[in-house]
Write a protein that binds this ligand. Structure first.
Ligand SMILES: NC(=O)c1ccc[n+]([C@@H]2O[C@H](COP(=O)([O-])OP(=O)(O)OC[C@H]3O[C@@H](n4cnc5c(N)ncnc54)[C@H](O)[C@@H]3O)[C@@H](O)[C@H]2O)c1
Length: 328
């Protein structure tokens, strides 16, 4: 019998690619999504979609008892770092209170295995690079703090109820796969904004700060392809089948500056990408690069998209084919 996976936020950018991967691998998948930032069109044909909010306890409870998932993958969240500074109450409500609701209903229905979309934002300014899972966690914004609070809740639920979880701490998710790509509004992520500028959909890219202590003065990040993230999610199920809990970084282990991304995108797109430098954004650490050692050891995970060029190429193809995102 096929294993059943309930995917919250499965109509979003990362979730949709994970859903498509699970469907191809013969799992039975149900997407639970309020479509606040997700897209109906990103849910593959043949996958059940329940359009509902995590706060709707009766709906969620009904889905839990009729679908009886073996696993839950929890992508649903409010995930804009900048917005979290002006709307902390909304961020804690969605990322902690609604997450708590999900866990409560899981426990009530004896569903005790969860993969959680955590983030490198829980670490804050790193003390050393590359960053390992045991490094200090000092998030610099309400988004990161809400995600870390949910990790704490998961630890407590493991101790009290035996609810096992794998927290996958993604660094910067990027790229496109199987006709699925990044379509956020507003878009705050660098690669889609660089490519939209290359397509003439934005006049000029804004680079936030060129006075960081990095080789070219711009922020350095670790970009990881969504197909590799999807692969890690499937591998995380084995950890849960062994009835263990883990916290694992997902990154390529290599850092690229904002200017590296622009230069690589110019090569891929074959055109110059105009940009201007503005002040630093509050809450942006200079360098965030993962140690991917634990993902290799525990999950047997090796990213297939190890080069920035291959990640940007896949995203560029998607943006050329979908200049208006999922409305195209
Ligand atoms: N994109 C990244 O680079 C990145 C990096 C680190 C961590 N993450 C985490 O990965 C997850 C997915 O990120 P994404 O970029 O795909 O975001 P996204 O906004 O594209 O997807 C989130 C999905 O959750 C749904 N959703 C939100 N709140 C909901 C609620 N209360 N009830 C039901 N559905 C709800 C949205 O409609 C959307 O489909 C998030 O948890 C985010 O914190 C993302």
């Amino acid at each position: 019998m096929k294993e059943r996976i309930l995917v919250t936020g499965g109509a979003g950018y990362v979730g949709s690619v994970c859903v498509a991967n699970l469907k191809d691998r013969d799992y039975q998948v149900l997407v639970y999504d309020n479509l606040s930032t997700g897209h109906r069109a990103s849910v593959p044909e043949g996958v059940m979609l329940e359009v509902a909010d995590l706060a709707e306890s009766e709906r969620l409870s009904g889905v839990m008892s009729s679908f009886q998932p073996d696993f839950v993958m929890h992508f649903a969240a409010s995930a804009l770092l900048g917005e979290s500074m002006s709307k902390p109450l909304d961020y804690y409500a969605n990322n902690v209170t609604n997450g708590h609701n999900l866990l409560r209903i899981m426990v009530e229905h004896d569903v005790k295995s969860l993969v959680f979309s955590s983030t490198c934002a829980i670490y804050g300014e790193p003390e050393r690079i590359p960053m390992t899972e045991s490094d200090p966690r000092r998030p610099m914004n309400p988004y990161g703090r809400s995600k870390l609070a949910f990790e704490h809740l998961l630890e407590d639920c493991d101790a009290a109820y035996g609810l096992k979880s794998v927290c996958l701490r993604y660094f910067n998710a990027a790229g496109a796969e199987a006709g699925l790509g990044e379509d956020h509004s507003p878009e705050t992520h660098l690669i889609p904004n660089v490519l939209k500028t290359a397509l003439g959909l934005r006049e000029k890219l804004v680079v936030f700060g060129d006075d960081y202590p990095t080789p070219d003065g711009t922020c350095v990040r670790d970009y990881v392809h969504i197909a590799d993230i999807a692969d890690a999610h499937e591998k995380a199920l084995d950890v849960l089948r062994r009835r263990t809990s883990e916290k694992i970084n997902l990154g390529n282990g290599t850092g690229f500056s904002v200017l590296d991304v622009i230069k690589t995108a110019e090569k891929v797109a074959g055109k110059a990408i105009p940009y201007r430098v503005s002040a630093r954004r509050e809450g942006d650490p200079a360098v965030l690069v993962a140690s991917a050692d634990k993902a290799g050891k525990v999950l047997g995970w090796r990213p297939a998209y190890a080069s920035l060029g291959s990640i940007i190429e896949s995203a560029w193809k998607w943006h050329v084919e979908h200049p208006d995102g999922y409305r195209s």
